[in-house]
Design a protein around this ligand. Sequence first.
Ligand code: PEP
Length: 255
Amino acid sequence: MPERRPYVAGNWKLWGTRAQADEYCRRLLTLLPEASRRPADVGLCVPFTALDVCLELLKGSGVLVAAQNMHAAETGAFTGEISPAMLVEAGVQSVVLGHSERRLYSGETDRALQEKVPAALAAGLQPILCVGETEAEREAGQTERKLRHQVGEALVDIADDRLADVVLAYEPIWAIGTGQVATPGQAQEAIAFVRALVASRSEKAATRVRVLYGGSVKPENAVEILAQPDVDGALVGGASLDPDSLARITAAAGG
Ligand code: PEP
């Protein structure tokens, strides 16, 4: 089975002035082992206005910098939007797409993601595609149906040989920002299902694609979740605002 390097990404959401980003990055670098000794890749998903601060301070550190959204189009009458080429020009390596908060509050649709995911890959950005069910959907036994729909829709226009270039993040909505973390068993089961969905397109891609868990991950619960065989890392919201917590979760990826 090919090695899948764990990946721990901190999602700052609506946090991080340029001054806060500066202080955060300097502190994080004192806490992380050098890149070759890290048990996981590390990334920061930050607001547009803090991207250049993070890119400058993290240059050469191996810590990836991601935006939290982008538009699929290169240009046009889309006031307030940012294009894939704009992110690439700024030096950004990755972009979060389909976060449940954007689906809920900003009208992000599966249809839009169908264009955004290929547009990100075409521009040379690594998409981190978020999927996950609501509490009501889980209780109604609809988790797999929801995941099948979201993964299928977002990846339909991605060629099989590029599927593994997408990072998937299984983020049950009931666990995001609630402190109610999925059990390791729930995370494993859902993520194995997401991997099986990729396998239905390409077995080879399924063995290589990284699927992260997100939802109230903290240093205290990270070891058990990250030890699950199909869980390839974590997308961390609230806890990532403390660089010490993000560094400890990264260490937890090493077991
Ligand atoms: C997230 O923002 O993707 C997330 C998982 O948030 P939290 O860790 O705060 O639940």
